[in-house]
Every structure is written in structure tokens, then in C-alpha cells.
Design a protein around this ligand. Sequence first.
Ligand SMILES: *[C@@H]1O[C@H](CO)[C@@H](O)[C@H](O)[C@H]1NC(C)=O
Ligand SMILES: *[C@@H]1O[C@H](CO)[C@@H](O)[C@H](O)[C@H]1NC(C)=O
Ligand SMILES: CC(=O)N[C@H]1CO[C@H](CO)[C@@H](O)[C@@H]1O
Length: 265
Amino acid sequence: MFVRICFLAVIISCIQAQIELTLPPLPYAYDAIEPVLSEHLMQLHHDKHLQTYTTGANKLLKRMYDDENSSNELKGLTNQSIEFILSHIQYLPEIYQVGLKQYGGGYLNHKLFFSTLQKPTATADENKPTGPLLKAIEKAFDSFDKFKQIFTDVSLEVFGSGWVWLYIDAYTKELNYSFASNQENPIMFNKNHITLLGIDLWEHAYYPVYENRRSEYVDNFWRIINWPFVSQLYTEGVAKQTDDIDKETDGIVKHTGGCPMHAGI
Ligand SMILES: *[C@@H]1O[C@H](CO)[C@@H](O)[C@H](O)[C@H]1NC(C)=O
Ligand SMILES: *[C@@H]1O[C@H](CO)[C@@H](O)[C@H](O)[C@H]1NC(C)=O
Ligand SMILES: CC(=O)N[C@H]1CO[C@H](CO)[C@@H](O)[C@@H]1O
């Protein structure tokens, strides 16, 4: 409770209305990822599913802002970026945690997902990262092929809906991977984790083309990864200073340099 109140104290001094998330435009034509992902699938996935996450997240943020029981600090939090909100999700009242993980997570995850895709190469083998990102993958996983194998195996093991993520820890600068169920994202478990690449394993992401053949979808996924974009995220993650991102929750207390009195959330 102490940590929670201090955390919220650091955020905002005056209350602003909540941010309004908008549907991020697809950075290419709907048919750009054909034949790996069809135009029809992309239309559904982007226009319908991502729109639903966007609308749902906005509704929840508005409800949290309008809630007579929300403290000023909690209202102020709704004016922060969705990344910030999700990386501090554990400090939110439980009634908002579940929904924002799902809808806010769905918004953030899909926004990244669509940005990391590009026109397919003819084969998976000819689509590889280069430069510092490749070196980092080799350091963390021994080789690119091993990384691909692990990522593929975990993608096939996932039961039900979820994602497999490649992320960088902005504190250690190490790469790692994780499985996340539903719309979870590594940022929700550690605010130093920055996702670089994720494969959407919800049926809505592949069923219109592959039906129940998930492994075929996963194999083809390697043809459509926009590695230059992922490399750019990696470079940003490496450059990110963690002095201001607290390593642990106790860092939050340190960061505030004291704990002003506030009504609980
Ligand atoms: C605020 O809290 C009170 C007491 O717990 C509760 O009765 C009321 O329904 C809550 N209001 C909202 C909008 O949730
Ligand atoms: C990668 O994640 C696993 C599981 O969370 C953890 O045990 C392992 O130490 C991590 N590796 C690195 C290099 O951070
Ligand atoms: C993250 C964010 O959107 N912050 C906004 C909070 O509200 C102020 C005032 O309206 C804006 O200037 C910030 O950009």
C-alpha cells in the first residue's frame, strides 16, 4: 500500500482528461502481406479486432477517469501513454487491471505486430536480421537458427490464445523471449522490458487463411518479419536510459523522495 500510494504521487500534479487512443493506420496496403496473410484477414484483423481493442481501452480509461472513487492520481494516470499505464498495471485497482490488460494490451500488441510485418520473401531463409541485432540474438540464443527454433517451438506449444515475444531488458540490455497468454506483454511484468517482436497466436490472426494449421502460419511468419524495423526498436532499447525507469518497485519509493499523504486509490 505504501509503495502504491507513493507511486501514484509521483505522476501528476494537475488532472488532465484521459488520452484517447486512435486506431493506428496500417503502414502498408491490406494486400501487402499476401499470400502469407490475405487481404481479407488483414482487413478483419486490423479494422475489426484492433478497433475493438482501441474502443475497449478508451472506454475503460474513461470509466476510470470518471469513477467517483478514483483518486486524483489515478485520474492523472489516464493521461499517460498506454505503455506507461501498462507498465504500472499492478498499481491499478483490480477492477481496471483485467480489462486494461486485455484491451490496452490488445491495442499495444497489435500496433507493434502490424508495424513489424512486411511483404513476404520467397523463403524464410532469406529473411534474417543483420548487424547489432543479429549479434545480440546470437549472444542470447547461440545462433539465429536456434532462436528461430525456440520461438517456433514455443509458438506451437501455446495452448489457446496468446503471443510469443522477443524483448530486450533495457536495464541489462539482454534479449529474451517469453510466452504470454491472452493480451499480456512483457512490459506488464517488468517495466524495463521492451518488446521487439511478437507473433499473434490468437486464432483471429491466422484462421481465415490457415484454419487449424497453426504450424504453417508460424513457418510463414518468418517470411514477413520486417527485421530493419525490429532492429531499430532494438537500437532504441539499447540506448534507453534506465536511470529514470526504476528497476524494482522499491525504486519507485526512492524516486519520489518521500511519500506525501494521499487518499488511497
Ligand atoms: C464507490 O465506492 C462505494 C463504496 O465502496 C460504492 O458503493 C460505489 O458503488 C462506488 N462507485 C463506483 C462508481 O464504483
Ligand atoms: C530469460 O527469461 C527466463 C525466464 O523468465 C529467465 O529465467 C532467464 O534468466 C532470462 N535470461 C536472461 C538472459 O535474462
Ligand atoms: C501522455 C499524454 O498524453 N500527456 C498529456 C497530458 O495532458 C497534457 C495537457 O492536456 C498534455 O499536454 C500531455 O501531452
